[in-house]
Ligand binder design. Sequence first.
Ligand code: ADP
Ligand code: MG
Length: 679
Amino acid sequence: MTALSTLKSFSKPLLASLNKLGISHLQALLLHLPLRYIDETHITAVRDLRIGEASLVEGIIVHAEVAYKPRKALIARLEDASGQLTLRFLHFYPSQIAALKEGNRIRAYGEVRHGYFGYEMVHPTCKAASEKTVVADTLTPVYPTVAGLTQASLRKAIHLAFTHDTLQETLPASVYETFHFPSFAASLKMLHQPPADADLQRLENKSTPAWRRLAFDELLAQQLSMRKHYARRRSVNAPAFAPSKKMVSALLKSLPFALTQAQQKVAIEIERDLTEPHPMQRLLQGDVGSGKTIVACMAALQAIENGWQVALMAPTEILAEQHYQKMLGWLTPLNISIAWLTGSQSKKEREASLQSIAAGSAQFVVGTHALFQETVQFKKLGLAIIDEQHRFGVQQRLALRKKGEPEPHQLMMSATPIPRTLSMSYYADLDVSVIDELPPGRTPIVTKLVSDARRDEILQRVREACLAGSQAYWVCPLIEESEALQLATANDTYALMQQAFPELNIGLIHGRMKPAEKQAVMAQFSTNSLQLLVATTVIEVGVDVPNASLMVIEHAERAGLSQLHQLRGRVGRGAAKSTCILLYQNKLSETARARLKVIYESNDGFAIAQADLNLRGPGEYLGTRQSGVPMLKIADLNRDENLLNIAKNMADSLIQQHPQAVEAHLARWMGSAEDLVKV
Ligand code: ADP
Ligand code: MG
């Protein structure tokens, strides 16, 4: 890779601007592709201009003035042999007034519309011209840019990049020709400098062979890089755990239920991984309520029986607390000592936990993000379990992994199923186990979409359900911009509910409460001393109260689909028929309607996740904002699913038959592709 800073022609300010675009080396600059194009390859006569179309015209300025009515504007009339056209500028500099002086020959590019005096262009791009000025012989690219970096400088920089890089082919011709892709060099040339007769529409909707070639290259780099990660993992040591002889069967005997077939199947997959002397990295997927916790606990026992410690990390205090209570119930009879670690413990409690973790007397440690902080030292961490893995960033998971020596095994759990295309790309180096069956005796949740105008009816329904011995959640709307506002809404709703239902015991739970308070409220709700729980979206993950069979979600249109599905999964955990009512504000946008329809029609987490992906893009899944994982820049998993399939099939044979090509390919795409892996 060639750093741009080593090239003489790149000035400091230019380097700084490019850096803001995430471009620091030559290869990345060449792969910075245009958003769209301007056609400056021919001049259109004023007479032939068409409304709504962008065109290039050339002529003499026959009149120019700064007008003050109806508002201040620089107005110039340009004339060619066929007619006249108005150029209008609402913001302008003195230099523009000078450039548009009467008698000057000007070339203007812009979209044509109807103005006061016939055709006009508002804020066209203007250049001085002479009779001899030639037209561009390629379409002019328009790039994504940042403030302070003009299109002209960016174009120049990319032109320069072409002269510095040999655009060498990384793939054997036999590979790309099979798919009728152009060469790498031809693809880049096509996209940065398309010939005048190129199909503008195909260029702009990214369906040209050139774009597809580069998208393929990017996906292939991602696949190759992931295979390297996989190979690394197979070469690293981890403690091998013999299958449990006593503890797992003792635990299973103590349970009031038998494992489902699906649970048994995934338990065996995990057990086998743990016997290997290489770190497991397995994702355990299962819809809400499918019973992932018990499977994780079985894995934990295998590690503990072999004399190693286990850490279980959850994304919220409530969930960590629930896991802690559950583990106490399951594992205390087996004489296993469990420690608890969160950020909000008292200093004394925390010290005691840290001490027992470091000494190894704590065999099982349950906690939140607090677990991977520096002060936490494990004596012998053999297995790290991460619940609701999509809530954590890559760095956090890596930090937890670093707590063991040799590297601990890692089991990640998620109820948010990863759509197939994502699991083939970003997550491809993980092994995946799926629990595809719910424990028996659950009745499916009925979902209803109800307009907020019928709120009174719904309140009545809540009251009836609670009086009949059932319990209900009332979920307050997500207010993304302000946690304070969300809190206020929850408080108001709580006050209103207390007024409306004097005969019910009502609780309130939100993210700002102290853990002990939250815990107390949850305990009361679990034991049915509270019938109605007003909550913010903090109850989204994990919380398990089987007697709760009614949930109302306010402003459902604001929540993500997978989030709604998770929320909804808090009910339907017992034998009673459960209902989830999605309240929406009357004016639903088209997309909001489409999204709510998905959640209304489907109970299948996978289908919902795929729909969410299609509607909102992969960012929501990958949590890029927290993890900093760069996204695919050229390929699009929706549009390019078939390319992803080809890249996936191609990767292995390339590694076997063309190892040098693999290295060259990764080198070109490194910096983008290398980090594309969700470790
Ligand atoms: P999730 O996969 O959403 O994390 P949990 O592990 O919390 O689900 O399990 C949901 C509930 O189902 C818990 O109360 C758990 O004890 C119970 N459960 C788990 N497995 C079974 C089973 N095989 N039969 C009956 N109930 C089960
Ligand atoms: Mg869970």
